[in-house]
Write a protein that binds this ligand. Structure first.
Ligand code: SER
Length: 316
């Protein structure tokens, strides 16, 4: 394990920020190279400024550090993607293509996350199955489906060890999401701990699959460490955490922070949410690499409130 050298793209993003630290704790500080298009506000890792559209530069970083695995997190999410489809397609597809070609050349293991955005209004809404359920209706979702199949192609044709999960909306206190439809589920906690009112951009009954960040990080690492022979899905594994509506998360927060208020003013993101499904069947991830989420809504809310309150105290 100590010989692995891991490169994380999009390392300043919501998941990357937390994943880099988890990987450092597991593999050692020197084994992890964080990269992003801009340097982080504070450097907590070996860092390389890297544009994923620049294959030459990515190849140089891979050579310089003797990288063996890439966690390719750099992507444009659903809401931002709808506002600039061409840019989202370009970054999501060509960035991945560069990673896959370099993975073929250097025999790298690759983590290429997909998303619940691969599902659409034609998909079964409850317990959405692994297969025959992808019908993306956003640029982000289309790029993720294409990425899943490019991954499968590189695996079958060139033996690239590609691994992927369809992340639900991710909730974290360490970092903020940027440009997604599920971002409300993080914003709502920030408002609550600051004693502010929250105006939600989704309708109160928009139920979506979500996951607390410790579960998402554990899923990522467990999948990447699973024996090759156990991986039966090379497109992307369905992955479930907890599903809830804005009204349900608001009620949970109110039970812990009495007096917190929420109103609803849906915008264009509601239309995106309506194309996604509500609950996910992740039985293949459970069977193949032992996946099991740990956090339900009350536990997640308790932990979010505790950690955000601590941050607020230390920054004041
Ligand atoms: N959190 C993502 C988004 O809202 C879904 O994968 O775009």
């Amino acid at each position: 394990m100590t010989k692995e050298r891991l490169l994380v793209t999009g390392a300043n993003g919501q998941i990357g920020t937390v994943l880099v630290q988890a990987l450092q704790e597991r593999y050692g500080y020197d084994q992890i190279v964080a990269s992003d298009i801009k340097p982080p506000a504070e450097e907590h890792a070996i860092f390389e400024k890297l544009d994923v559209l620049n294959k030459t530069q990515m190849g140089e970083v891979i050579k310089k550090y003797g990288i063996t695995q890439v966690f390719h997190l750099a992507a444009i999410l659903s809401a931002k993607g709808e506002q600039n489809p061409k840019m989202a397609w370009d970054i999501n597809m060509n960035g991945l293509f560069n990673v896959l070609e370099l993975a073929k050349e250097y025999q790298l293991r690759v983590f290429n996350p997909s998303s619940i955005a691969v599902f659409g209004t034609e998909s079964p809404r409850e317990q959405t199955p692994q297969y025959r359920s992808v019908h993306p209706e956003t640029v982000y979702g289309i790029s993720k489906v294409a990425g899943e199949y490019w991954g499968l192609y590189f695996h079958k044709k060139f033996g690239v060890d590609i691994r992927s999960v369809r992340y639900p909306g991710i909730i974290s206190y360490q970092s903020l999401p940027g440009g997604g439809t599920t971002d409300y589920a993080v914003e709502i906690f920030h408002a609550a701990v600051k004693g502010e009112h929250y105006q939600c951009f989704l309708k109160e009954d928009a139920r979506l699959p979500m996951m607390y960040i410790p579960d998402a990080i554990r899923a990522t690492i467990d999948l990447m460490e699973a024996p090759e022979a156990s991986i039966s899905v090379r497109t992307s594994y369905n992955l479930a955490g907890v599903s809830f509506t804005p009204a349900e998360i608001a009620a949970e927060i109110q039970s812990q922070i009495p007096g917190f208020t929420v109103s609803y003013k849906p915008d264009f993101r509601q239309a995106i949410a309506e194309t996604w499904t509500e609950t996910i069947d992740d039985s293949l991830a459970r069977r193949d690499w032992g996946w099991k989420p740990e956090y339900d809504l009350p536990n997640m809310a308790r932990d979010m409130i505790k950690n955000l309150s601590k941050q607020l105290v230390s920054s004041s």
